[in-house]
Ligand binder design. Structure first.
Ligand SMILES: Nc1ncnc2c1ncn2[C@@H]1O[C@H](COP(=O)(O)OP(=O)(O)OP(=O)(O)O)[C@@H](O)[C@H]1O
Length: 116
């Protein structure tokens, strides 16, 4: 039980590290809060709120994986290397894909209700 609480603490410190050091994480978090507030304010049906929540957490988790990968790449390859560049670029591309998906979801779920 104690070790479970300890691993939660490490996980939370990982989240706090990403939020406090990564500019993109701050942007994603702000966008997530705006989207969640809009979803609740517009009283989206439960199914659509679930979709919004999954979308939001997907972006945040992708940014966390990207931050973790950047740290590992910097550790193993402090010098410039083609494979280090590929690893970082592909991870950044994955974050971009989740962010694009979030824009599509927001456009489909939130935008139509703002126009009425
Ligand atoms: N060791 C390296 N070898 C080759 N290219 C690298 C290396 N480190 C970074 N790069 C290139 O520079 C880009 C930016 O890397 P960086 O580590 O600064 O990440 P970032 O996207 O700026 O993230 P952050 O905003 O968190 O700093 C990478 O996507 C990659 O193209």
């Amino acid at each position: 039980m104690f070790s479970l609480l300890r691993s939660f603490r490490w996980a939370i410190s990982g989240i706090l590290y990403a939020v406090s050091t990564q500019r993109n994480m701050k942007i994603h978090l702000l966008a997530a809060l705006v989207a969640a507030a809009a979803g609740l304010y517009l009283k989206l049906p439960p199914g659509e709120l679930v979709l919004l929540a999954v979308t939001i957490f997907m972006v945040l988790a992708a940014e966390m994986f990207n931050t973790a990968l950047e740290a590992v790449v910097d550790l193993v390859s402090p010098r410039q290397h083609r494979l280090a560049r590929i690893a970082k670029d592909v991870a950044a591309g994955a974050v971009l894909l989740t962010a694009l998906n979030a824009l599509v979801v927001a456009y489909l779920l939130i935008w139509p209700r703002l126009r009425v």
